[in-house]
Design a protein around this ligand. Structure first.
Ligand SMILES: *[C@@H]1O[C@H](CO)[C@@H](O)[C@H](O)[C@H]1NC(C)=O
Ligand SMILES: *[C@@H]1O[C@H](CO)[C@@H](O)[C@H](O)[C@H]1NC(C)=O
Ligand SMILES: *[C@@H]1O[C@H](CO)[C@@H](O)[C@H](O)[C@H]1NC(C)=O
Ligand SMILES: *[C@@H]1O[C@H](CO)[C@@H](O)[C@H](O)[C@H]1NC(C)=O
Ligand SMILES: [Zn+2]
Length: 615
């Protein structure tokens, strides 16, 4: 009995000590969050200086500061381990500790981390500095990806010219950095293990806080595959008519250089030659934007206006003062790939984008401003929570508005579209165009990470790294390179995010959930009713809806303070990711394509590609 009481008292004392410790831990976290915000701000300034002005001095400075921050994070980890946080009462404190103990690549030794940073910036700057000679004028050798090469790939219908640019770009942006990429994979794996993950794949997937996430995606993907195959078959059939049987086969993968995009990730640039009803209009307001004298700044003002019309936060003075929204003309190299930046102080948020006046860029502007809105909505939270519910959420916000902006209803509202008759045929054209952007993107995005997961997990022999990439691209997207590639080539880093070590699953998740958000927002705005043909989902404009805005506010202002299903629930009451909204949106198109493909005896699916050989 006595022994029991002593034990009980000791337990009570321990419990009391733990309660006391938890109170101290709270204060510790408050200070730590502030310190991390301050240090991350300094690091972000250095990254910004480099990304907007690529030179050795800025690269060195950036890498030095990143190394310092990594060192600090190591100290934080060892401080954190002094707290018995696993046993605390508060879920919030436990969550903060857990997230603050994630180190990513900073877990590497000082020397190896420096190596990691150098390897990565070597790939990034190689990518940014690719120059290609003009196909038609060999002496002119200053063509850059943005804007010249992207424009040619989108607009040229000369398949030899397209092949030339494809090969030049992949050789220079991909093959040139094969050894860097091998080192990158090694260090990535080492870092993941230091973080107690089996591989870099598990480290990336951990951000989704759900062990079944990979499986969920496989399931959604299987649901969407039939629609994809219909689109794929139809596009191949139309390209065959356009380019002839010599260039496009009846049953094989589509040669990717014909698809209007260097990575064949979106095919909307070739809508003019494959759209279902060529004689009916395709919404393209680029010309009208030019005619009305649109400028990059005006495009950003419009995105700002859209958010504020929904009673959301307006862009800050710092944003206007510090952003780069046009390609600088002073000759410096910079990373033109559009991006949104949080500087972790109050209101200091920026975008860097070499904006051009086109319809697609107008959507990109909304996408980037969506990131900024998220930054501003969660800036009151502790540093550790100032990120998206999951990485896909962050990418989805602006896209929901872009879906709305791209509707004839909205384009008419803002005076960019007139005399447009939205009959059944025009509607199918429009849905098809959207599918070329969004549905086509899904298998592409999936393979970007499926490929890297496989490498990180050590599932692919180094001698097969290039052909494994093309095998996945063929299996999922039904496309192939225009020329035979081999293991002497190395093509994956020719995609920016592979060179720059950016996880890609976020973009796939973003597409799926943006339709979930969009559908709910449209219902809240009174703009969609499944039983009312006057209010279809694909012509829903949420501009001016404070009710839709409130749903956004509820979700965005949570940042990452709760697992993402909670954030989704705050938006629309759902807790799981689902392909239902996307299917609903495209249903009229699916029905049409199925009938049309049968009518034209179009082959569905594709044979294996022979465009990568080991040698
Ligand atoms: C680019 O960086 C260099 C070296 O740090 C600096 O001298 C130059 O002023 C920068 N240019 C711009 C436009 O910021
Ligand atoms: C440009 O160079 C390529 C390869 O070096 C060659 O095949 C092509 O004919 C040249 N074009 C012109 C216009 O000189
Ligand atoms: C990984 O696990 C080891 C052993 O359990 C532990 O000492 C170490 O702190 C852990 N590392 C991280 C980053 O959690
Ligand atoms: C706008 O948002 C504010 C703050 O989130 C809220 O208090 C207000 O009720 C909203 N206005 C409308 C019209 O919904
Ligand atoms: Zn983005």
């Amino acid at each position: 009995m006595r022994v029991f009481i002593v034990a009980l008292l000791a337990t009570l004392a321990l419990a009391q000590a733990l309660v006391k410790e938890e109170i101290q831990a709270k204060e510790y976290l408050e200070n730590l969050n502030k310190e991390l915000a301050k240090r991350t701000n300094v690091q972000t300034e250095a990254s910004w200086a480099y990304a907007s002005n690529l030179n050795d001095e800025n690269e060195k400075k950036k890498n030095e500061i990143s190394a310092e921050l990594a060192q600090f994070k190591k100290e934080v980890l060892s401080d954190n381990q002094k707290f018995q946080w696993h046993n605390y009462q508060s879920d919030d404190i436990k969550r903060q500790f857990k997230r603050l103990s994630e180190m990513g690549n900073a877990a590497l030794s000082e020397v190896e981390y420096a190596d990691f940073l150098e390897t990565k910036s070597a790939m990034e700057s190689n990518f940014a500095k690719v120059n290609i000679c003009n196909y038609k004028e060999n002496a002119k050798c200053d063509l850059e990806l943005e804007p010249e090469i992207e424009e040619i790939i989108g607009k040229s219908r000369d398949h030899e010219e397209l092949k030339y640019y494809w090969r030049e770009f992949y050789d220079k942006a991909g093959t040139a950095v094969r050894s860097n990429f091998e080192r990158y994979v090694e260090l990535n794996t080492k870092a993941a293990k230091l973080n107690n993950f089996t591989s870099g794949a598990e480290l990336w997937l951990d951000k989704y806080e759900d062990d079944t996430f990979e499986q969920q995606l496989d399931n959604i993907f299987a649901e969407i595959r039939p629609l994809y195959e219909q689109i794929h078959g139809y596009v191949r059939y139309r390209l065959r008519k356009y380019y002839g049987n010599e260039v496009v086969s009846e049953n094989g993968p589509i040669p990717m250089h014909l698809l209007g995009n260097m990575w064949a990730q979106q095919w909307s640039e070739i809508a003019d030659i494959v759209s279902p009803f060529p004689e009916k209009p395709l919404v393209d307001v680029t010309e009208e934007m030019e005619k009305q004298g649109y400028t990059p700044i005006r495009m950003f003002q419009m995105a700002d206006d859209f958010f504020t019309s929904m009673n959301l936060t307006k862009l800050t003075q710092d944003f206007w003062d510090k952003s780069i929204i046009e390609k600088p003309t002073d000759g410096r190299d910079l990373i033109c790939h559009a991006s949104a930046w949080n500087f972790y102080l109050k209101d200091d948020v920026r975008i860097k984008q070499c904006t051009r006046v086109t319809q697609n860029q107008l959507f990109t502007v909304h996408h980037e401003v969506g990131h900024i809105q998220y930054f501003l909505q969660y800036q009151h939270l502790p540093f550790v929570y100032r990120t998206g519910g999951n990485p896909g959420f962050h990418e989805a916000v602006g896209d929901v508005l872009s879906l709305s902006v791209s509707t004839p209803k909205h384009l008419e509202r803002i005076g960019l579209l007139s005399n447009y008759v939205r009959d059944d045929e025009a509607r199918i054209n429009q849905l098809f165009l959207t599918a070329l952007e969004k549905i086509v993107f899904l298998p592409f995005a999936f393979t970007m990470d499926k490929y890297r997961w496989a490498l990180f997990r050590g599932e692919v022999e180094k001698a097969n790294w290039n052909c494994e990439f093309w095998k996945l691209r063929e299996q999922y997207s039904g496309i192939e390179p225009p020329v035979v590639r081999s293991e002497k080539d190395f093509d994956p880093p020719a995609k920016y995010h592979v060179s720059a070590d950016v996880e890609y699953l976020r973009y796939l998740v973003a597409i799926i959930i943006q339709f979930q958000f969009y559908k709910s927002a449209c219902i809240k705005a009174g703009q969609y009713d499944a039983n009312n043909a006057e209010l279809p989902l694909d012509n829903c404009d949420i501009y001016g809806s404070a009710a839709a805005g409130e749903a956004f506010h509820n979700m965005l202002s949570m940042g990452a303070s709760k697992p993402w299903p909670d954030a989704l629930e705050a938006f629309n009451g759902e807790r799981i990711m689902s392909g239902k909204a996307i299917a609903e949106y495209f249903e009229p198109l699916r029905v049409w394509l199925e009938a049309e493909n049968i009518k034209n005896s179009v082959h569905i699916g594709w044979t294996a590609s022979d465009k990568c050989v080991a040698f």
